[in-house]
Design a protein around this ligand. Structure first.
Ligand code: TYD
Length: 207
């Protein structure tokens, strides 16, 4: 049976590294896995991503473009894959809009709920892995020389935000988890890579 799994967390939480490992672990168990991301995941979505990560715009536009990219992603990629019995893992989904546009930028939560209802009222992830980490630790990781990116100048429009923005993003994620706790596995992302991997192994075994 197909499953839709999303990965979430503030920038620097390490979710993308763990996502690759998680997808491989599922493939080893014989699942047909599609890995995708937001904003993006389709040719149009990737063009919107480029705009979203580089262009200054008003908050409402930002939210609408995130959901526009998502609508395309759901119709072109996510639903067809699920219908074909595949497992879909998305690096971010609507929780990121609630956390970043809602929490971080202060956009009205109800407006986001309306967009969510319109764009995917009939679809929610079966499971969301939320990589939780104190903002200071995430920011150190983002700016660490171990980061594959050459310098701070390559940080995108969101990553360049200040600590208080990310505190609000993190609070936004916590609010989403509280609203619907059964959908989430909250991962303590401060732990070593090995410990996180061990936790993910358990999740893979349980699903
Ligand atoms: P991210 O997964 O962090 O990309 P990368 O790992 O390549 O840096 O996603 C890009 C940014 O988009 C991230 O800072 C969060 C932001 N974002 C939103 O603000 N709202 C959304 O709905 C989504 C999906 C992402």
């Amino acid at each position: 049976m197909s499953k839709f799994i999303t990965f979430e967390g503030v920038d620097g939480a390490g979710k993308s590294t763990h996502l690759a490992w998680f997808a491989d672990a599922l493939r080893q168990r014989g699942h047909d896995v599609v890995v995708t991301r937001e904003p993006g995941g389709t040719p149009l979505g990737e063009r919107l991503r480029e705009i979203l990560l580089t262009q200054t715009m008003c908050i409402g536009t930002e939210a609408l473009l995130m959901f526009a990219a998502r609508m395309e992603h759901i119709e072109q990629v996510i639903k067809p894959a699920l219908r074909a019995g595949k497992w879909v893992i998305s690096d971010r989904f609507s929780d990121a809009s609630f956390a970043y546009q809602g929490g971080g930028r202060g956009l009205d939560w109800d407006k986001l709920s309306q967009l969510e209802q319109w764009v995917h009222g009939d679809l929610q992830p079966d499971l969301t892995l939320f990589f939780d980490i104190p903002v200071e630790v995430a920011r150190q990781r983002l700016r660490s020389p171990d980061n594959t990116r050459p310098s701070n100048s390559s940080l995108d429009r969101f990553e360049q935000e200040q600590a208080d923005f990310f505190e609000r993003v993190r609070a936004g994620y916590h609010k989403r988890v509280q609203e619907n706790p059964q959908r989430y596995a909250v991962i303590d992302a401060v732990q070593s890579m090995d410990k996180v991997k061990h936790q993910l192994e358990k999740i893979v075994a349980s699903i």
